[in-house]
Design a protein around this ligand. Structure first.
Ligand code: BYC
Ligand code: FE
Ligand code: FE
Length: 473
C-alpha cells in the first residue's frame, strides 16, 4: 500500500511522484479545477474557516480528520481504497479471471463512458447547491453543506485521475470538458437529467441528499466489483463518504418534519405556513418530485448498455458477490412492470437486459426504509398522515413510462388531466416562493436554528450543537 503523500501539490496514495508525466498532466488540470471552484463553488464562501473533515489516509481511522479549513485550501487529492490481493472478476464472461490493472482495449469506450458520466454528476451537484449558503438554517447545516461540496469535488478528482491515468489524450480532453459543462445550462448542460434541475432551497437540498446521493451509493456500489481494478478501488473509497451525505438527507428531512409536527400539535392545524413552517402537503410534493427525477437516473428499464457492461465485467448488480447464482445471467429472467392498454402487468424479460430496473428496485427498497423512518417521526406526534412514494411511472422522463401520464397513485391519465392536476402533485412556483420567503436569510448565530427546522440530535464529531462550525471573518 502506497502511503499518503499529503505534502505534495496533489495529495495522493497512488505514488504520483513516480509517474512524472501523469503528475504533470494532473498539475496542469489543477488550476482549471480551482478556477471552476472559484466560479461555480459555494457563493461568497471562499474565505470563511469551516470545520471540515479531510481524508488523510484510506484506512478506517485516518480518513476522517477534522479541523478548520478555508475551502479553497481543502486538500483535494487522489485516494484509492487498498488493493485486494489476487482479486478475481466476479461476474460476466470474464468471471474468475484476475482483475485488470489496465483498460482492455475493446472495453475502452464503454469504461470511459461510465467514468465520464459518474464524474460529471459530482461538479454538477456543487453547481446546483452553490447559492444555498446564503439561506442556511444554522451554522451546523452550513458546515454540512460545505462538507458535501468539497467531497463531491474530490469525487470529480477521483474520476479525472482515472481519465488521465488510463485513457490518454481523449481522457485528458474529457477531464477538461468536465470543467466546461454547467448544471442547467442550455448549451452545455450536465449529462444526466436530475443534475440539471435547480436545488433552490434547503428542502430541495435535503431531498437531494436523501434521494439523489443515494443513487450515488447504488451506482458506486455497482462499480466496486468492476473488473477494472482502479475504478473498483476508487469507487470503494468514494462510498465511505457517501454515508454522511445521506445522513444529512434523512436527518434534515426528519428535523423539518419534527418542527412541522410540533406546530401542528401546538396549534391544532395542518396549516403550519401561518407559523413559517413547511406543511406536509408541500413536503409530499417535493418528495414526489425528487423521487421521480432520481429514479430516472437508473436509465431505461431495458438496456443493452447495461447488459454489455455486465457481460464485459465493468458494472455489476448491487452486492454482486452476495448473490447466489451463476453471475452470468445467460438464461435468467426478471419481471418488469409494463403498461399495456392502460393496465400495468409484470412480464418476464431477460435479466441481463433488465439490470437497470433491478438496481432501481434495490434502490427503491432502501428508500422505502428511509420513508418508514420519516413516517415514524410523524406518528410519534400522534398525527395521522402517511407520506408515500409516488408510483414508479409518475413524472418519468426516461424509459417506458416517459411517454405516459401517470398519477402518484399509479393511474394512467390523459394529458389534460395531468395538466390540471400537476400543481397538486409537484412543487409549484408559489410553493417555491413560499419556501423562499421563510428561508430569506442565513442563520449564523452558533446554536440558533431557523423556525422551520428542529435542531439536530447531536453535533458533528462530538462537538456541541452550538459549536462555531463556520467562522466568519
Ligand atoms: N438523464 O440504455 P440506457 C452520483 C441516457 S449519482 C439523461 O438506459 P444506461 C451523485 C443514457 O445515457 C450516480 N440521459 O442507459 C449523486 C443513454 O444515452 P446514449 C452517477 C439519460 O447506460 C449526488 C440513453 O439514455 N453515476 O454519483 O443503461 C451528488 C439510453 O439509456 C438518463 C452513474 O450514473 C438520465 N437520467 O444507463 C453527486 C454511473 N438515463 O448513451 C453525485 C454511470 C439514461 O444512448 N452511469 N440516459 O446517448 C451509468 O451506469 C449509466 O450511464 C446510466 C444510464 C445508469 C446513467
Ligand atoms: Fe459523489
Ligand atoms: Fe454524495
Amino acid at each position: 500500500m502506497a502511503s499518503v503523500a499529503l505534502s505534495e501539490r496533489i495529495p495522493n496514495n497512488v505514488n504520483l511522484s513516480d509517474h512524472r508525466r501523469l503528475q504533470r498532466a494532473l498539475e496542469a488540470w489543477q488550476p482549471g479545477f480551482l478556477d471552476w471552484w472559484k466560479e461555480m463553488g459555494p457563493v461568497d464562501n471562499q474565505t470563511k474557516e469551516v470545520y471540515l473533515r479531510t481524508a488523510v489516509s484510506v484506512d478506517r481511522k485516518g480518513w476522517a480528520n477534522f479541523g478548520f479549513t478555508r475551502m479553497p485550501d481543502y486538500r483535494w487529492g487522489i485516494f484509492l481504497a487498498e488493493p485486494e490481493p489476487d482479486r478475481r472478476i466476479a461476474f460476466g464472461q470474464h468471471r474468475g479471471e484476475p482483475v485488470w490493472q489496465e483498460v482492455p482495449g475493446e472495453y475502452r469506450a464503454a469504461l470511459r463512458r461510465l467514468i465520464v458520466i459518474q464524474g460529471d454528476t459530482e461538479p454538477a451537484s456543487v453547481e446546483q447547491q452553490r447559492r444555498l449558503g446564503a439561506t442556511c438554517p444554522s451554522l451546523y447545516d452550513l458546515r454540512n453543506l460545505f462538507q458535501v461540496n468539497v467531497e463531491e469535488s474530490r469525487h470529480l478528482w477521483a474520476m479525472v485521475y482515472l481519465l488521465h491515468a488510463y485513457f490518454g489524450r481523449d481522457g485528458r480532453e474529457e477531464a477538461d470538458t468536465m470543467l466546461a459543462r454547467r448544471s442547467g445550462d442550455q448549451d452545455r448542460p450536465r449529462l444526466l437529467g436530475a443534475f440539471n434541475e435547480p436545488t433552490p432551497n434547503w428542502l430541495a437540498y435535503y431531498m437531494f441528499t436523501f434521494f439523489t446521493d443515494r443513487d450515488g451509493k447504488y451506482q458506486l456500489s455497482s462499480m466496486v466489483d468492476s473488473g477494472f481494478d482502479p475504478l473498483a478501488r476508487t469507487c470503494r473509497f468514494m462510498l465511505t463518504e457517501e454515508a454522511h451525505h445521506m445522513f444529512i438527507g434523512i436527518t434534515g428531512l426528519t428535523r423539518v418534519l419534527q418542527r412541522t409536527c410540533e406546530l401542528m400539535r401546538e396549534h391544532d392545524t395542518d396549516d403550519v405556513r401561518r407559523f413559517g413552517a413547511i406543511d406536509l402537503a408541500t413536503f409530499q410534493k417535493h418528495l414526489n418530485f425528487h423521487f421521480s427525477v432520481t429514479i430516472d437516473l437508473f436509465g431505461a428499464e431495458l438496456s443493452s448498455n447495461a447488459a454489455s457492461n455486465y457481460t464485459m465485467g465493468l458494472k455489476s448488480r448491487f452486492r454482486e458477490t452476495h448473490i447466489d447464482d451463476d453471475h452470468e445471467l445467460s438464461h435468467a429472467t426478471y419481471p418488469l412492470l409494463h403498461c399495456r392498454d392502460g393496465r400495468f402487468e409484470n412480464q418476464d424479460e431477460p435479466a441481463l437486459n433488465a439490470l437497470n430496473e433491478r438496481l432501481r428496485n434495490d434502490y427503491i427498497a432502501e428508500v422505502e426504509d428511509g420513508l418508514a423512518r420519516l413516517n415514524r417521526t410523524i406518528a410519534s406526534h400522534d398525527i395521522d398522515v402517511t407520506l408515500r412514494l409516488p408510483h414508479r411511472g409518475f413524472n418519468r422522463k426516461i424509459g417506458e413510462y416517459a411517454q405516459l401520464h401517470i398519477s402518484p397513485e399509479g393511474k394512467l391519465i390523459s394529458a389534460s388531466e395531468w395538466d390540471s392536476r400537476a400543481a397538486d402533485w409537484l412543487p409549484t412556483d408559489a410553493d417555491r416562493e413560499y419556501l423562499r420567503s421563510i428561508m430569506s436569510q442565513a442563520v449564523i448565530e452558533p446554536g440558533q436554528f431557523a423556525g422551520w427546522i428542529a435542531p439536530p440530535a447531536r453535533g458533528i464529531n462530538d462537538q456541541p450543537i452550538d459549536f462555531e462550525y463556520v467562522r466568519f471573518d
